[in-house]
Design a protein around this ligand. Structure first.
Ligand code: SAH
Length: 347
């Protein structure tokens, strides 16, 4: 897209209305334009037939509608699809579509790479390349919607792809407001989940906002000694402070926090860990998602044996906690949790 034009994909509805106002048009024209871009996914301004011809002629000079370019698609035996997107400056990111039980969940990225270097995560090995712009976050959803099969509809969005969403708060917030706008793609915030390593200022900002999305926290350990080792961010915001922020998080009625817990063999998967976890989460309305570790040659850890994951789950259940074991999806195409890393081909 030409640098001198405004990318409509990253604008809030109110901003599109203001832009139309500058052209001397009433607000409802802005609403129509937003609808064309976000709901109908029309990229060609000239095809936006409800707008007067004269308005379209002026708009064409000033606006554009971007899309990330799909550079590769991989399809798993279980129906999961992974998309590699190339952005305008050549950076690459990944998104995943996961069909499951009548739902179609999309897992999207918020950064190219990630600065946090969790020991068990492949994206962490890349380091941070850069934050994504709101248009690039929204663009993943628009591009995926254009590639759905007959009868498919995206039902859920999880911000669990590449990157730490709370380190890119402003653009993530903007993207979520655009995606949930009733004149746009209109995703209910209840069907959107943001997953974080536990960036406390970000959790507080989210708590103070009116976004109304679900929060998942990647806890992954029950002692600071272990969490410091596997998630360096813990040295800055240790477990007690993190759980304090979770306790202070205002949960709407009938909503739950989610704690994610990647099961690493001999690291965080003992019966004692499970018992400690029960103690730590006391009084927090939450569900626990136990995630089987997805191994990779570049990662030092091994996966916990299934029996140990089940024992861990049983201890949580016996204490009255809700704990599920996440099924590993898209494993055969490296689309599973923590497997997103752009593989550079050996030229
Ligand atoms: N930065 C955010 C979102 C991206 S990671 C966060 O940390 O929550 C999404 C989830 O994948 C996190 O719960 C993380 O702990 C988990 N994960 C990362 N690497 C993994 C791996 N190799 N196997 C299984 N889960 C992994």
């Amino acid at each position: 897209m030409n640098e001198n034009v405004v990318d409509l994909v990253g604008l809030l509805r109110s901003e599109v209305e203001a832009l139309m106002g500058e052209l001397g048009e009433p607000a409802y024209r802005g609403r129509q334009l937003f609808h064309w871009v976000q709901a109908r996914r029309t990229r060609d301004v000239n095809a936006m037939s409800s707008l007067p011809r004269g308005v379209r002629a002026v708009l064409v000079e000033h606006v554009g509608v971007s899309r990330p370019e799909v550079s590769r698609v991989q399809r798993s035996l279980d129906g999961t699809r992974k998309y590699l997107f190339r952005l305008e400056d050549g950076e690459e990111i990944e998104s995943v579509l996961i069909p499951d039980d009548g739902r179609l969940t999309t897992c999207i990225s918020t950064q190219a790479g990630c600065p946090l270097a969790c020991r068990f995560c492949l994206t962490g090995l890349m380091g941070l390349r850069r934050n994504l712009r709101a248009a690039e976050i929204v663009g993943q959803i628009l591009a995926l919607q254009e590639r759905l099969e007959q009868g498919e509809r995206i039902t859920n969005i999880v911000l669990m792809g590449m990157g730490e969403p709370l380190l890119n708060f402003t653009q993530v917030e903007r993207a979520l407001r655009i995606l949930s706008d009733e004149q746009g793609a209109h995703f209910s915030p209840r069907r959107i989940t943001l997953s974080t390593v536990g960036h406390i200022p970000g959790i507080q900002k989210l708590a103070a906002s009116d976004l109304g999305i679900n929060l998942a926290v990647s806890l992954n350990a029950t002692t600071d000694a272990v969490r410091d080792e596997i998630m360096p961010i813990n040295r800055r915001w240790p477990i007690a402070e993190l759980l304090g922020a979770c306790r202070a998080y205002p949960l709407p009625n009938r909503r739950w926090l989610t704690f994610e817990y990647v099961m690493l063999d001999g690291v965080n998967d003992s019966r004692e860990d499970a018992k400690r976890l029960v103690g730590l989460l006391h009084g927090i309305r939450c569900k626990i998602n136990l995630i089987p570790f997805n191994t990779a040659p570049d990662l030092p850890d091994r996966a916990s044996p299934r029996e140990r994951v089940e024992v861990f789950q049983r201890v949580l259940h016996d204490a009255g906690l809700t704990a599920t074991i996440r099924e590993s999806r898209g494993w055969d195409i490296s689309a599973a949790c923590g497997m997103l890393r752009v593989e550079k081909e050996n030229a």
